[in-house]
Design a protein around this ligand. Structure first.
Ligand code: ADP
Ligand code: MG
Length: 814
């Protein structure tokens, strides 16, 4: 016989939502349950029910925690029955639905899992709707629960018609007197007159004639929106509306969420769906925070925080919800980085590398310049780390052109002098080749070049053994690649420079002592740990020209110690920067011609078409041809893009560096590291589409020699925000300040590419919120001290969540 378990489920859900205060049903839950069990005539169900029901005396006598456990267990049980037996709580109770305990455990897993199932499990979500959500990155029910509105409209203040004032967002409850289709500004629209006991007001919905048919006389509506003035009278302009019913309001009369939308998703539809999803699923999200942390930091329960972030009761809880969710993000992040640091340091003892002063001096003597104070300081910080038995984990920050490479080179040379191998990983092939060329040049002044190849050079006389430098990039293939791999494996190659080809599975080091990662912001945590896993617990030095505010550095790179080169080599100039309107393009080209006539060189960065290398390359070819034919027919132009082979790129760069080419037309691949001192002009197309830090990197490609240099930023049709950013880059030459602006304007996700780097997403956490950041960090450290591997029972949910948001060590890189 079918038993309707719907009412029981609803009561339990309400009890859950209200915080287990025994307030879901008048007369108390005990009375309700008694009556409910009396009405059930299925012995199997009752037996199962009593098994879950540990309550000897009564619900009322349980502690809050016991109540929570019991209600949740029962809900999971009921959800299991509903899943097995069909929809909407009408359950034909067959023995299979209820009998074995193990089966119910299985269902519990199923019910938990279902938070991570695709959103099509939600009633009313079709595959086409799910595809639209997919575009917003929402795939699972959990994604949907964490798909937060970007803001709320405050429609919570109800007014009477007589109290309405122009220009403000207001809410009324009114009867429809009449509604009809009308034309407004030539478009089919709806017009209605509504009123309450204090008066009437006209309402118009532009462009929406269909509403006229839905609104009938005497219907009671809640209307929320802005009041305008027409012919001296108040009019409600396209307000949100909904019927006055006994169910909760969604679109009006409260704090109403505004969700990010995409093509084909309508606000009302999304709101309605979100309300259902939040009501039905939020309580199933397991609260992974230990009670102690929650209490100490005075945080909301997770299910409540999630539902209040969507449909808040008032502004105060809305803020508390945000704090809880932001705390989670920062706390997990901290635990993640602390965990990495610990597992790294405990893994194996490191390899102490002593400073061979004579070797170091011979390198520094061959330089055409003196190291700056800052370079000296940072170098000694690094050398001191290298001598320790624990592996170094250091982040080296230094403005574009501050001279990080030479510092890294010195450290690599010390590594080789101690009989270890050193790896130098660069983000692009061009940069890897440039580092290779530079290091080879440097060494060739000290030692003589023995055996030579484009990718392998040996030098005598610097160390007690021949010093072999190798270049390993994706472009080297076949027999050459095998030979290289062989030499790396045998330990014959001392310093290996490369791209992420270095961390591929088929590359094995003999004795990796130090790994340097250049331009860290281009790589992720995953690559960092992949390099570490090349065995031998190498010392790690990561370098970046993107300055990171200290709190953030601690947060995102909390596993690293920090060194800063805060001084540029003497004689560095300020690159004159100007953003130009499209009409100024010709004068920009004339300027380039004059610079070239004076013996200088220029970069032209092609319009950013799309983040696809193939499309970028095609656009660059077209732009190169146009410029060669129509603009600079008398000059020698070169072309550089990411789809060229290493040999081709190398040749172009060699020609540009040697002055055979006047202008290098390039995709944004030149962003990082390229060093050609005679280049004095950087012209960036569609400059408004790049981040400030990236523009600053482009600009850093010029001004490296003695001559005054220039950066010209072209834009087609910049938005107001873009103009503001271009103003900032014109005036600001401090990379640190620009990074802060970037953070403000673009948010940390984009800034660090946290998605690619495998760091959890920060959605609710604001970087300006330093106190919360510090709170999360100190709580994480505290927890870490008592239970570093989160093995205590009360920390298991947290351990599970941590494993979910942090990718496996070295995960996707192989
Ligand atoms: P970045 O820190 O951006 O990687 P590089 O290491 O490429 O900078 O150095 C930029 C340029 O400055 C190079 O041509 C390098 O040879 C030169 N350089 C480095 N240190 C000094 C110094 N102390 N004095 C003068 N030039 C230097
Ligand atoms: Mg560099």
């Amino acid at each position: 016989m079918p038993i309707d378990i719907g009412p029981l489920r609803k009561i339990l859900e309400l009890e859950h939502k209200k915080g287990y205060l025994d307030s879901a049903v008048i007369g108390g839950l005990d009375r309700f349950l008694r009556r409910w069990t009396e009405s059930v005539n299925s012995p199997q169900l009752l037996r199962r029910f009593r098994e879950i029901h540990p309550v000897k005396s009564s619900y009322a006598s349980l502690t809050e925690q016991q109540r929570k456990e019991w209600v949740d267990a029962l809900l999971v049980f009921l959800a299991g029955i509903e899943q097995v037996e069909g929809e909407k709580g009408k359950a034909e109770l067959s023995p299979s639905a209820i009998k074995p305990v193990s089966r119910v455990r299985g269902q519990r897993a199923e019910a938990n899992q279902s938070i991570d199932s695709p959103i099509t499990v939600i009633r009313g979500v079709s595959s086409s709707l799910s595809a639209k959500f997919g575009k917003l990155g929402v795939k699972t029910v959990r994604d949907l629960l964490y798909f937060f509105p970007h803001r709320h409209l405050d429609y919570s203040q109800r007014k009477y018609v007589s109290q309405l004032t122009e220009g403000e967002e207001q809410t009324i409850i009114a009867n429809v007197w009449q509604a009809q289709e009308t034309r407004l500004g030539g478009r089919r629209s709806t017009e209605a007159i509504v009123g309450d006991e204090t008066g009437n007001v006209r309402v118009v919905w532009f462009n929406n004639p269909y509403l006229a048919r839905k609104l009938t006389t005497n219907m009671r509506l809640v209307l929320s929106g802005r009041i305008g003035l027409f012919n001296g009278r108040h009019v409600f302009e396209s307000p949100e509306w909904e019927l006055v019913e006994d169910k909760e309001l969604i679109h009006t009369g409260r704090l109403v969420p505004l969700y990010p939308l995409t093509q084909g998703l309508r606000p009302r539809q999304v709101r309605k769906l979100m309300k259902e999803v939040v009501d039905q699923w939020a309580w199933r999200v397991e609260d992974f925070l230990p009670e102690a942390v929650k209490n100490h930091c005075n945080l909301l329960e997770l299910p409540r925080a999630i539902s209040q972030a969507h449909y808040p009761e008032d502004n105060e809880v809305k803020d508390k919800a945000r704090v809880r969710l932001a705390f989670d993000e920062l706390f997990l992040l901290q635990l993640g980085v602390l965990g990495q640091k610990r597992s790294w340091q405990e893994s194996q003892p490191g390899n102490p590398i002593t400073t061979e002063t004579a070797v170091l001096d011979s390198l520094l003597k061959t330089l055409t310049f003196e190291l700056t104070q800052a370079q000296h300081r940072v170098l000694s910080e690094i050398l001191a780390d290298l001598q320790k038995p624990q592996p170094m984990s250091r982040l080296l920050q230094g403005e574009v052109g501050s001279g990080k490479t030479i510092v890294a080179t010195a450290a690599l040379l010390m590594t080789a002098a101690n009989g270890y191998q050193g790896a130098f990983m660069a983000p692009t092939e061009i940069l890897a080749e440039q580092h290779f060329t530079n290091i080879c040049q440097l060494l060739s002044r000290v030692g003589c070049q023995g055996e030579g190849a484009d990718y392998l050079n040996s030098y005598q006389g610097i160390l007690s053994h021949p010093l072999t430098v190798a270049l390993l990039i994706g472009d080297i293939k076949g027999a050459q690649k095998q030979e290289l791999q062989q030499r790396i494996m045998s330990g014959e190659a001392d310093i290996i420079i490369g791209t992420h080809a270095l961390i591929q599975k088929d590359v094995e080091f003999h004795k990796l002592g130090l790994a340097v990662i250049d331009e860290q912001h281009r790589f992720g945590v995953a690559q960092r740990s992949a390099l570490r896993q090349k065995g031998f617990s190498p010392h790690i030095l990561v370098m970046t020209a993107t300055p990171i505010p200290r709190t953030l550095a601690l947060t995102l790179y909390g596993d690293l110690d920090l060194s800063v080169i805060d001084e540029l080599p003497p004689g560095r100039q300020i690159v004159k920067t100007k953003w130009l309107k499209p009409v100024q393009r010709d004068s920009a080209y004339r300027f380039i011609s004059r610079q070239v006539a004076g013996g200088r060189q220029a970069f032209i960065i092609c319009p950013l078409v799309e983040e696809s290398e193939v499309i970028q390359a095609r656009a660059a070819v077209a732009e190169y041809e146009r410029l060669s034919r129509e603009v600079f027919p008398e000059l020698r132009l070169g072309l550089l893009h990411g789809r060229m082979s290493a040999a081709e790129k190398d040749e172009v760069m060699r020609h540009f560096r040697s002055g055979q080419l006047n202008i290098l037309v390039s995709t944004p691949v030149v962003e990082v590291g390229i060093d050609v001192p005679n280049a004095t002009v950087m012209l960036v197309e569609s400059a408004d589409r790049f981040g400030l830090s990236q523009l600053h990197q482009f600009r850093g490609r010029v001004g490296r020699g003695q001559e005054q240099s220039y950066c010209m930023l072209l834009t087609e049709n910049p938005s107001l925000v873009a103009k503001e950013r271009l103003d900032i880059i014109e005036k600001t030459h401090d990379g640190f300040q620009l990074a802060e602006e970037d953070l403000k304007l673009r948010g940390p996700g984009e800034f660090f590419g946290t998605r690619q780097s495998g760091l959890p997403d920060l959605r609710m956490a604001k970087l300006s919120d330093v106190p919360l950041l510090e709170l999360a960090r100190s709580e994480a450290i505290k927890l870490f001290e008592v239970d570093p591997i989160l093995e205590k029972p009360e920390h298991l949910p947290l351990a599970k969540e941590l494993a979910r948001v942090w990718p496996q060590e070295g995960g996707e890189w192989s």
